[in-house]
Ligand binder design. Structure first.
Ligand code: ZN
Length: 540
């Protein structure tokens, strides 16, 4: 037998949480075929992993590479940090389904989420057609699709209208969810702070989650509030999972946002524990940073979003409406996650803009920009930015406290996820100053929180990155170093692994990831990405 790859002398952390052990490992035809000490058979490629750790490829259970994949399927920032499988379609934003009637609105929404000058060719309509199209292309990593409620509400529901759906609309939306789950989506996601999803009452989501229950799949959610009403939002999430009967839920990028709300994770993790004790399967994920990232328009109260982006811009060009928004936000009169009031404009930083006009403000806070440009106040800056950029501004918000980050990371219910997307230091995806989590999430956990701070053991951290998400997703033969499993593998140096990306200079690759193997092919060799696109679109 001549193996494709043999890896010698490495320390295997197999993804189950069990202790590391020294062994060799052989790969043939994309699969792990032998794990034992002293493999002396011939191999096309031999890797000496002395002093290095061999783990399953990292599974990013919450990411947003959807519209990046059609632009650049190398997904550099993701694969170089060891990710071999990424779940897309999160926060309610998937690229399908699409209906002809609302195509234009949907297209605008997708363009808003894409880099400047980049357009995604939305040639499909159904989820099945979308997956078939994805399968025609290639990708550096495996992709796990989820259908987004945002797309569903636009395609078959009330869209950007702030009202409950009619019974016909519920049936129509349910049929879209059904079609997506039959096509192979692993579940449905929501992002209940985003328009148009923000208009949905709990009951509307429950009706759709019933279809998720029918197929025994997963309900993923960016819950309705991560700040002052965090606890209520987690309770709503559990109610959706429980009443719909779907039982399996994943809370996205769990956090307590805003200094006044620090400490709330104690209560939310208690609620999660109780739900699991009642027989539900509730877990969460987290990125290891104290800033979040979202689009600037999310700051505005929900009523401003009615009708979609064109209506937002129309409203903001009216001075009276601007005054009304400012007053409501300052006084805290609105029922939404009010970042401006709770975090403050000095904690809200511009990640990226699309026009030349504002390019030099990337990285600065809104409060700083107000001073530099001598604008009347921070609201004036906010409105001018949204209008000039037609809403296409991304921000990071300094909002989390270390105690909550630690409590969530060390909880038995949490996994590690980037909430990022595949970008690159060069080309169309090199735009702006994205959150450093896009490049550094997994290495940061392994470097800072395992090696330096010792919040987790290496084995615990690897479980949260591999075996745990694989178990949740019920991935076939992935997520562990085990005989006959797919050879999705990371080899890294535990002494040097480190994230290099910062808020100021985010487009920097991490250090210490030596090899990344996807389906038995070497995608990253000695830290350098190869021209290898061996990822598969996984269907459930
Ligand atoms: Zn989200």
């Amino acid at each position: 037998m001549v193996y494709d790859i043999v890896i010698n002398n490495g320390s295997i952390v197999d993804g189950t949480g069990d202790s590391a052990y020294l062994s060799d490992l052989a790969i043939k035809n994309g699969k792990i075929t032998k794990i034992e000490a002293g493999i002396s058979d011939k191999a096309t490629i031999v890797i000496d992993a002395k002093g290095l750790v061999i783990t399953p490829g990292f599974i990013d259970i919450h990411s947003h590479s959807d519209s990046n994949i059609p632009i650049s399927n190398k997904l550099e920032s993701m694969i170089t940090q060891g990710i071999t499988t990424a779940v897309v379609g999160q926060c309610g934003s998937s690229l399908a389904p699409i209906s002809d009637e609302t195509f234009d609105l949907f297209k605008k929404e997708v363009d808003m989420w894409s880099p400047p000058g980049v357009e995604v060719d939305l040639s499909w309509r159904s989820f099945e057609d979308y997956l078939t199209e994805l399968e025609k292309g290639k990708c550096s990593m495996n992709v796990v699709p989820v259908v987004g409620f945002g797309a569903i509400r636009l395609a078959g529901g009330p869209g950007y209208e702030d009202r409950p759906p009619t019974s016909e609309e519920i049936v129509k939306m349910q049929s879209y969810v059904d079609e997506a789950l039959q096509a192979g989506a692993f579940g449905m996601s929501t992002g209940l702070i985003y328009s148009p999803q923000v208009y949905a009452k709990t009951e509307e989501v429950i009706e759709l989650a019933r279809i998720v229950a029918k197929y025994d799949k997963i309900y993923f959610s960016h819950i309705r509030d991560e700040g002052a009403k965090l606890v209520e939002a987690v309770e709503e999430f559990i109610r959706i999972v429980e009443e719909s009967g779907c039982k399996r839920g994943q809370i996205a990028h769990h956090k307590a946002s805003g200094i006044a709300n620090w400490g709330l994770s104690k209560k939310t993790l208690q609620i999660i524990r109780e739900a699991n004790q009642r027989g539900l399967d509730i877990t969460c994920d987290q990125y290891p940073y104290n800033r979040s990232m979202t689009s600037l328009i999310t700051i505005l109260p929900p009523w401003v979003h009615v009708g979609g982006i064109d209506s937002i811009l129309e409203r903001l060009s009216d001075v009276k409406v601007r005054e009304k928004i400012k007053n409501e936000m300052e006084e805290g009169l609105t029922d939404h996650e009010n970042f401006a009031k709770h975090q403050g404009f000095e904690k809200i930083f511009i990640a990226s803009v699309k026009t030349e006009k504002w390019l030099e403000i990337e990285g600065k806070s809104i409060a700083e920009i107000t001073k530099i440009h001598k604008l009347k106040d921070d609201y004036e800056t906010l409105f001018s930015l949204i209008l000039d950029e037609k809403g296409e501004v991304w921000i990071t918000i300094e909002s989390m406290g270390e105690e909550d980050i630690k409590r969530i990371m060390t909880s038995e219910y949490s996994m590690i996820a980037t909430d990022g997307s595949g970008v690159s230091p060069e080309g169309p995806l090199s735009h702006g100053k994205p959150h450093p989590r896009f490049y550094g999430t997994f290495p940061r956990v392994l470097g800072k929180f395992v090696r330096e701070e010792k919040w987790l053991t290496l084995e615990e951290a690897i479980w949260k990155m591999t075996g745990f998400p694989a178990k949740k997703l019920e991935l076939d033969e992935r997520g562990l170093i085990k005989g006959n499993y797919w050879a999705d593998i990371v080899i890294f140096n535990p002494e040097t692994i480190k994230n290099e990306a910062t808020y100021e200079e985010p487009h920097r690759f991490s250090k210490g990831i030596e090899y990344v193997i996807v389906n038995g092919k070497i995608a990253v060799e000695k830290g350098e990405q190869q021209e290898v696109l061996e990822g598969k679109i996984l269907r459930k």
